[in-house]
Ligand binder design. Structure first.
Ligand code: BTN
Length: 328
């Protein structure tokens, strides 16, 4: 790193500290005096902070004020995280946090958490894409290396869904939170979160090599809304340019809650909670398979989180999440 860049980085961090401390307008002159630097260096530092996702208001004769910060930072996540085994990597933008983590999974230990502020190719279930706009959502993937059979590995997604519900309910108590089988979290009738677990199996012993648990949450409404998805997609909070702290807190809390439940995953201790969170039981749903849709009633789930449905002709079927989706 060149000397000049080093100085700019350091300056911007120190300016950020002053702006956070003062919480109001601070003149360029007083920042320069406190840091013993020229006004030009302060101006460069401010530009650097803006590039790093800080919104800084600049008003003539008043100076600068920190109005918000939007990008996740590992040190902010660590401030809230309790589990000592988690390591964090933050990325401004990536194709997909799941794809990124899979590409390095072989050489990493369990507990690596990758958080991105936006994804250019966010992946959803059944080959769909997951809209991942810059700054307003939380896109994270956690590397797991449990000793589980392929069947028990299915519980990872349900375990994560319970963790997300617990945290969402705590942080947004005014919202009605629930799970739409199998892995979509809804708030006040709109989808706010999707979960995609991708696993690699060992061909020789049939066991799990690793699993990548991917969670995408719409924390804040995007600045210009969800566009054509606005009928189905929602967010926990209204638009804000100040998303970094909440994002990091939620990432830490979900990870901690998930790790708590996951430490005993084979007992499926969270089964009851998963079932209580499911808001489709007893309701009429549409079962979608290979472009065909059939009306059914969602009756129950079995021990493996499969959904029991009853069609209009009285026939019953146990659905696994692999190739089916449902509509309410
Ligand atoms: C779904 O709704 O079908 C699942 C969406 C899962 C999205 C998350 S965002 C973080 C991780 N990276 C991805 O590419 N997908 C998951």
């Amino acid at each position: 790193m060149s000397e000049t860049i080093k100085t700019v980085c350091k300056t911007s961090d120190r300016i950020a500290e002053i702006l956070k401390r003062e919480k109001t307008f601070v003149s360029g002159e007083s920042i320069a005096a406190e840091l013993g630097m020229s006004r030009a260096s302060i101006w460069k530092g401010i530009r650097e902070l803006e590039k790093n996702g800080m919104t800084i208001e600049a008003v003539t004769k008043k100076g600068y004020m920190l109005a918000g910060e939007k990008y996740a930072r590992a040190d902010y996540v660590l401030k809230y995280l309790k589990n000592p085994l988690i390591r964090i990597k933050t990325l401004r933008s990536v194709n997909s946090t799941n794809a990124f983590l899979k590409s390095i999974a072989e050489n990493e230990n369990e507990g690596l958490l990758v958080i991105a502020d936006s994804q250019t190719g966010g992946k959803g279930r059944l080959g769909r894409t997951f809209l991942s706009p810059d700054g307003t959502g939380l896109y994270m993937s956690l590397l797991l290396k449990p000793k589980l059979s392929a069947n028990d590995a299915l519980a990872i997604t349900s375990c994560a869904a319970v963790a997300v519900c617990d945290v969402a309910r705590k942080i947004a108590p005014d919202k009605s939170i629930g799970i739409k089988w199998v892995n979509d979290i809804y708030a006040n009738g709109k989808k706010i979160c999707g979960i995609l677990t991708e696993a690699a199996f060992n061909m020789e012993n049939g066991g799990l090599d690793y699993a990548v648990l991917g969670i995408g949450i719409n924390l804040f409404e995007p600045e210009h809304g969800f566009g054509e998805l606005s009928d189905i997609a929602g967010a926990l909070f209204p638009y804000s340019a100040n998303t970094a702290d909440v994002k990091c807190r939620i990432a830490a809390e979900i990870t901690d809650r998930f790790m708590e439940l996951y430490s005993d995953i084979s007992s499926k201790s969270f089964f009851k909670s998963y079932k209580n969170n499911l808001f489709i039981l007893g309701k009429k749903i549409k079962v979608l398979r290979e472009n065909k849709s059939k009306i059914a009633e969602a009756v129950d789930i079995d021990d493996n989180f499969m959904l029991l449905v009853r069609y209009e002709n009285g026939e019953e079927e146990l659905l696994s999440s692999g190739e089916i989706s449902i509509r309410i």
